[in-house]
Write a protein that binds this ligand. Structure first.
Ligand SMILES: [Zn+2]
Length: 252
């Protein structure tokens, strides 16, 4: 059911602009670039963008996806994230309402940026994963203080599970397969959905990560055992689904 108008109007209007900011995070955080002070510029000719060129979605369409200065194609990431940020807000407003809606939309936007970062650069920036841990615990405490221990336990278990999986993988295959980024994102997942939710997050994560690799193979990409699976993007999507719909119930 759709939330009352005032709840979702604000996130909906803000979404493309937030999306625009998220795409800056996705491009700059993995490179360790400054995200606040450096003004938006064309990455090809270094020309600074005018205010009109910063209007999300609209500017990309109006410019035909090209830089006005040098004609270089604008990275499709920008309009894609702006649109996806809007989808997150609309999706959330169909599932939750009230104060939880705003929390859900903010979580969704953070997860969107993390998923995009993982798919592009196989990096999950600490600047996004780490704050999600105390944020999730705070939301659990605010929802029902008696739940807090289960969410702390969830965060610890999520982290330990991924570190253990990473060690076993390295021992078996002789190379790194799982990053600490994945472990931090699983800790955040536990903080948000508690100990009872992390199994489902991981299940979604593994299945969705494999689907991405299968899609790459279908599009003719060379895929073998050494191809990294974007597990982080899968975990981000998994946390989103479990947060909205609850853990996967087997045999129900
Ligand atoms: Zn340019």
């Amino acid at each position: 059911m759709l939330s009352p108008p005032l709840d979702w109007v604000l996130p909906l209007i803000a979404a493309p602009f937030i999306g625009s900011f998220l795409s800056v995070l996705v491009v700059r955080l993995p490179k360790g670039e400054d995200i606040v002070v450096a003004p938006s510029h064309c990455r090809h000719c270094e020309r600074q963008l005018t205010p009109l060129e910063l209007v999300p979605l609209f500017s990309w369409v109006a410019q035909g996806g090209k830089c006005r200065g040098c004609g270089a194609a604008v990275d499709r990431l920008y309009p894609a994230i702006e649109l996806a940020a809007l989808v997150v807000a609309v999706w959330a407003s169909f599932v939750v309402r009230g104060d939880v809606l705003l929390i859900t939309v903010v979580l969704g936007w953070a997860l969107l940026a993390l998923a995009a970062m993982d798919l592009r650069d196989l990096i999950l920036a600490d600047a996004l994963t780490l704050p999600l841990i105390p944020a999730g615990l705070t939301v659990a405490w605010w929802t029902d203080a008696t739940l807090l221990p289960w969410h702390i336990l969830g965060a610890a278990a999520g982290f330990a599970l991924m570190v253990a999986a990473g060690w076993s993988y390295k021992a078996l295959r002789g190379r790194e397969g799982l990053g600490f980024g994945d472990a931090k994102l699983m800790a955040a997942s536990g903080a948000w959905v508690g100990i009872e939710g992390i199994g489902s997050v991981l299940l979604y994560g593994a299945v969705l990560g494999l689907i991405v690799v299968l899609l790459l193979r279908l599009t003719g990409r060379n895929v073998d055992a050494a191809t990294p699976i974007p597990l982080g993007a899968g975990i981000a999507a998994g946390l989103w689904l479990v947060w909205l719909y609850g853990p996967v119930v087997v045999g129900a």
